[in-house]
Ligand binder design. Structure first.
Ligand code: SAH
Length: 210
C-alpha cells in the first residue's frame, strides 16, 4: 500500500495523463501521500482520486496537485509561494520541496494543526502557516511570485491579484458548479489570464473556524 512500487504506478499514471515536469513527478514519487490521510482512508492514498479529510474537505486528486504545481512552475522557478487551503498539507509538502518558501493559509484550525504535525514529521522547515481567511491572501508576507489556491471562489479575489509580484503567477480554480483552472500572470500592463481545464474543488469560504 505504501510501497515505492505503488507510488511508481501513480507517477506512471500522471505521465499518461500528460504531466511532463520531471521535478514535479520526482517529488510526487518520493512523497508519502498516505501520511496525509486518517488511518481509515490511508489504503486508498495512491489511487488517483480526491479523498475525504474531514470537515467536508478533501485531499486533492494527485493529477490535479501535479497539474497545478506544473502550471505554477511553468514560467521558471518560484521563490515565495502563497498557498490558500492547506487542508491535509499534501499540496503544501509538494510545493515545499520545489520552491524556497511556502506561506500557507487555512481557515479550519484543526486541519491546520494536523497538517503542521505532518510537515514537522517530514522535517520541512520552509513552510509558514496562518490560520485566517485566505480570500484576503497574506499581505504581510507578500508579494509572492506564485499563488496557488486549492478551493474555488466564484470570482478571483482582488487581494490575491494585488499580492502577486510582477511576473508572478496565480493558479486558481474559479466557478460554482462549473469550475475552470485559471492561470493569471501579472505583467507591466496588468494581468493576463489563461483558462486551462475543467476541475472540481470545494468552495472557497469566508471567515475562519476552529
Ligand atoms: N490542498 C489541500 C486541499 C484541501 S481542500 C490538500 O491537498 O489537502 C480545500 C481547503 O481549503 C480546505 O481545507 C478548506 O478548509 C480550505 N479553505 C476554504 N476556504 C478557505 C479560505 N477562505 N481560506 C483558507 N482556507 C480555505
Amino acid at each position: 500500500m505504501t510501497s515505492q512500487r505503488t507510488r511508481e504506478r501513480l507517477v506512471q499514471r500522471l505521465v499518461e495523463q500528460g504531466i511532463r515536469d520531471t521535478s514535479v513527478l520526482d517529488v510526487m514519487r518520493i512523497t508519502p501521500r498516505h501520511l496525509f490521510l486518517d488511518e481509515a482512508m490511508a489504503h486508498r492514498a495512491y489511487e488517483d482520486v480526491a479523498l475525504p479529510i474531514g470537515f467536508q474537505q478533501t485531499l486533492s486528486q494527485p493529477y490535479v496537485v501535479a497539474r497545478m504545481t506544473e502550471l505554477l512552475l511553468a514560467a521558471g522557478p518560484r521563490s515565495r509561494v502563497l498557498e490558500i487551503g492547506t487542508g491535509s498539507g499534501y499540496q503544501t509538502t509538494i510545493l515545499a520541496q520545489l520552491v524556497a518558501e511556502v506561506y500557507s493559509v487555512e481557515r479550519i484550525k484543526t486541519l491546520q494543526q494536523k497538517a503542521r504535525q505532518r510537515l514537522r514529521q517530514l522535517k520541512l522547515r520552509n513552510v509558514h502557516m496562518n490560520h485566517a481567511d485566505g480570500g484576503m491572501g497574506w499581505q504581510e508576507r507578500g508579494p509572492y511570485d506564485g499563488i496557488l489556491v486549492t478551493a474555488a471562489p466564484e470570482r478571483i479575489p482582488e487581494d490575491l491579484l494585488l499580492q502577486l509580484a510582477l511576473g508572478g503567477r496565480l493558479v486558481i480554480p474559479v466557478g460554482k458548479e462549473l469550475q475552470h483552472l485559471q492561470v493569471v500572470t501579472r505583467t507591466h500592463e496588468g494581468y493576463e489570464t489563461e483558462i486551462v481545464e475543467a476541475v472540481f474543488f470545494v468552495p472557497l469560504r469566508p471567515g475562519k473556524e476552529k
